[in-house]
Structures are given as structure tokens and as C-alpha cells.
Design a protein around this ligand. Sequence first.
Ligand SMILES: Nc1ncnc2c1ncn2[C@@H]1O[C@H](COP(=O)(O)OP(=O)(O)OP(=O)(O)O)[C@@H](O)[C@H]1O
Length: 272
Amino acid sequence: MLRIEALTKRFGDKNAVDTVSLSIPKGEMVGVIGRSGAGKSTLLRMLNRLAEPTSGRIVCAEQDVTGLKGASLRRWRRDTAMIFQQFNLVGRLDVLTNVLLGRLNHRSAALTLVKSFSEDDKIRAIAALERLDMGHLLAQRAETLSGGQQQRVAIARALVQEPQIILADEPIASLDPRNTQVVMDALFRINREDGITVICNLHDLDIAAKYCDRLIGMSAGKVVFDDVPQALTREVAAELYGIEAKDAGAEALDALDAIAASEAKRARQKIA
Ligand SMILES: Nc1ncnc2c1ncn2[C@@H]1O[C@H](COP(=O)(O)OP(=O)(O)OP(=O)(O)O)[C@@H](O)[C@H]1O
């Protein structure tokens, strides 16, 4: 169980994340939604301790994560693998080496300097790549891959960290619809098969509702919705996306209609 208690991040006189409290059970697939600037990235970055909270606490398995330093902080970062919108691969290195970089924090500082990986590390990296259907590209330089392929390599790198939680910050924002599905399917499979908690920032409400068990809606740093996707109403969607943000709002509302329609269809199928 991950517990977030009154977590706040202040930049100047603005609270990017404002007294957010949440409990996330192990194995949940959570979508964090809301418009640009709502505080989604800052929340995720604080969970991994990439950003320091101004106040509040993060507690996981009764350990206060907020105060961790040195080796314990490195262990926490290994347990909470990050996936970014821009993939963050080393372009000139091959795919396998990029994935192996995810094993670095399983090694001592001395071994890290040697820069050679064990057979066990390589077997794990290849297995992760094969799981993501990327085994055949392991010798290719990362910069030559498509966006969707790069994101799958980034997920393989996260997997070899053997994390308890994957924090994905807009993992599909740079992808076309086909690659969006491939990447979201991969995250969903990892969540279901390995029981890894996935917390995923998503702009697209339709995708969030399709893949996530639970949606957390943020607006101006605060949580304004926290429930199953089916509980999201037009009013909340309008609050999340803003009535003045016409395009995003309209898309969100269309997505809501699509969810309602698919729920109705499911209900009809149940009755039949
Ligand atoms: N390093 C920073 N310095 C100052 N302000 C920041 C910093 N990082 C974020 N902010 C501000 O905090 C607020 C929340 O930003 P954040 O990136 O967390 O939102 P978001 O919901 O992830 O948006 P997006 O989807 O556009 O990434 C915004 O107003 C942003 O301008």
C-alpha cells in the first residue's frame, strides 16, 4: 500500500500540488487525469523523489519515503521505475545496453564503474525485451527506432529494475494511435501479470477509462475526483478540463459518451 498524506509542492507562491492525500493498494492500475498544469507530473515526480515535497508525507509499506537518503533513496528509486513521454533512452547506445542501464542500481558502486554486465543481467534484459516484442531489435541503436519502439525499450528498462511501482508520466503523449495501444497494452499486461502497481498520467480520458481501474482527477493541484472510470460525470469532466478549454473539454465529453455507450452495451450483453 502506498499512502500519500497531505502532499504539497510549492513553486514560488503557487501550489503545484496542494495537500493531496491518497491510498493506492498494491497492484492497482491508476490513471491520473486533468488538464495541462494540473500538477500531475509534479505529483509523480515527488513519488519517485525526483522532486522534493514542500510538505506532507509519502509512506510505502510503513516506510516513510519522504525522509530517505543515500542508499535507501536509491533503493526507493529502483522500486519506483519512471517512464517518460520522451522515452529518455541513450540514443547512440544499442537497445540491449539501454535496457541493461535499468540494472545499474542493482549493482554496487564499484561494479557500476567496471561497466560490464553479468550473464544474469543480460538474460533478464533480453527476456524483458522479448516480452515487449522487441527482442529482434536488441543490437539496434536506440535513436533509429520509432517512438513506439523506443517507449517499449523504456518499459523493458523499467521492468529489469524489478520495481514495485511503475510511474508513467504521459507515456503515450508522443505516439500515434496504433503505438498508443501497443504501449498501453504492454503496461496493462505488466500490471495484471506481475502485480506491479501502475500510476499513469494521461491526457486522454478515453484511454484512461479504457485501461485504468481507478481515475484520479486533478485540477489546480488538488484531487477533485477519485473513483472508478464509470463514476466520472460530465460535470466533473468539465471541471477537470475547464469549460473554456473547448477542445480538450469537448474531447473529454465525447470520451465520456463513449464510456457510457460501452457500459450500456456491456449491461445489455449481460442481460442477454
Ligand atoms: N520547476 C518548476 N518551477 C516552477 N513551476 C513549476 C515547475 N514545475 C511545474 N511548475 C508549475 O506547476 C504547475 C503544475 O505543473 P505540472 O507539470 O505538474 O502539471 P501537469 O498536470 O503535469 O501538466 P502537463 O500535462 O502539461 O505536464 C504548473 O503551473 C507548472 O507551471
